[in-house]
Every structure is written in C-alpha cells, then in structure tokens.
Design a binder for this molecule. Structure first.
Ligand code: SF4
Length: 84
C-alpha cells in the first residue's frame, strides 16, 4: 500500500487542490483554505509534501502547502546544513 492510498483527499474533486490559472485571488483563498482543511488531519501529509518537494511540483496544494509556501519550504530545506 502506498502513501497515496491513505490520502484524506482520495476520491475528492481535484479542482479543490488545483485551481485554474486565472482564478481570482479571493476565490483562490477560499478554495485553498478548504483544501488545507482536508490536508491538516491527513495521515500522509508529510509524505505528500516530501513528494511534491522532491519532484519540484509547482502547481496545487500538496501536504497542506500552496505553491508559494512550498517554494519557501524548499528554500528553508536547502539552507539546512544537512541538506543533500
Ligand atoms: S496532504 Fe492533502 S493533498 Fe496530500 S494526500 Fe493528504 S489530503 Fe491529499
């Protein structure tokens, strides 16, 4: 069984996690808040975030973080002395 099989978002509408490119800011904030509420208790949140960071996935909500938040996390991890 892979971590994806235990995802809290399994079977949900992917549009909640991946908005359109031209999505207006207020709608995006609402959608992302709903998606993050699903991610928060997800049992594979760490694995999901690690997967997105390892594979440089730029779009959507992964591990409870949006694109900008993942970019920040990527930079934070790159600064760690033990970073690979
Ligand atoms: S952390 Fe969020 S996007 Fe990732 S598997 Fe869990 S519910 Fe889905």
């Amino acid at each position: 069984m892979s971590w994806q099989d235990r995802a809290a978002c399994g079977g949900m509408d992917v549009l909640l996690f991946f908005g359109p490119d031209d999505e207006p800011g207020p709608e995006r904030e609402i959608r992302e808040a709903k998606a993050k509420a699903v991610c928060k208790p997800c049992p594979v949140r760490v694995q999901c975030l690690d997967y997105a960071l390892r594979n440089s996935i730029r779009h959507g909500i992964w591990g409870g973080l949006n694109e900008e938040e993942r970019a920040r996390e990527r930079r934070r991890r790159a600064r760690r002395p033990d970073a690979a």
